[in-house]
Design a protein around this ligand. Sequence first.
Ligand SMILES: Nc1ncnc2c1ncn2[C@@H]1O[C@H](COP(=O)(O)OP(=O)(O)OP(=O)(O)O)[C@@H](O)[C@H]1O
Ligand SMILES: [Mg+2]
Length: 258
Amino acid sequence: MAKRIDVSGLSAYYSNHKAIDDISMTVEPRSVTAFIGPSGCGKSTFLRTLNRMHEVTPGGRVEGKVLLDDENLYGSGVDPVSVRRTVGMVFQRPNPFPTMSIFDNVAAGLRLNGMRRKNELENVVEKSLKGANLWNEVKDRLNKPGSGLSGGQQQRLCIARAIAVEPQVLLMDEPCSALDPISTLAIEDLIGELKARFTIVIVTHNMQQAARVSDRTAFFNLSAIGQPGKLIELDDTERIFSNPSVQATEDYISGRFG
Ligand SMILES: Nc1ncnc2c1ncn2[C@@H]1O[C@H](COP(=O)(O)OP(=O)(O)OP(=O)(O)O)[C@@H](O)[C@H]1O
Ligand SMILES: [Mg+2]
């Protein structure tokens, strides 16, 4: 099958500190890949190299290649802003634009892309809120501030905002860690539905969540504090959680460290 994402020899730095070392991996379209591993092993850093957000951090620098549908995101002449449009991101804490209405939160990216016609905006906003399983809860208060929603609703609003611009890939960094168990299950169900249309990469500390939502799981680890994180093993989720090839993966998933 064609690869949506093809990473080779990727290292990322914060000034002189190498945070991740020589990572190579591929991600297939319309699949969910989970990143797991102990704190500080570089999961978030690696995720942010996949849409060129890493270089926004002062001192943030990358070596290696990330191909998205065969195009190197780090090639000369590639516009990082358009990369971030194609590869959307959902963060750990729901971060709706606080002064904007629910409608405007979802419409913001569409307007930036030049969509102006009111009925066109309304159609896409409705479709995105439905896609994020939020429409029924907010359809009667689209003009109220997004910040007035519950945490779980705000996170689904952020997902609606991210999918409104039709990205190819959706990156999620611990999207449920600030949510209650019910909202967490709602987001997990949603991820299952979204993978029919998008390629999803999710960082999670919750092993059950990784096992429930992902097709493939990547285990990252570092040999010692201060050393760069490495990709230890990437395989079908079922295999990682039942019969991993590497002892360190087994130790981590069975709770022996991390
Ligand atoms: N803005 C930054 N400036 C300097 N170093 C950073 C920065 N962000 C992360 N690091 C360092 O890079 C390494 C990887 O951090 P990263 O946040 O990617 O790990 P993580 O696996 O996402 O951890 P966690 O599970 O705690 O979120 C760590 O050593 C961390 O201290
Ligand atoms: Mg992190």
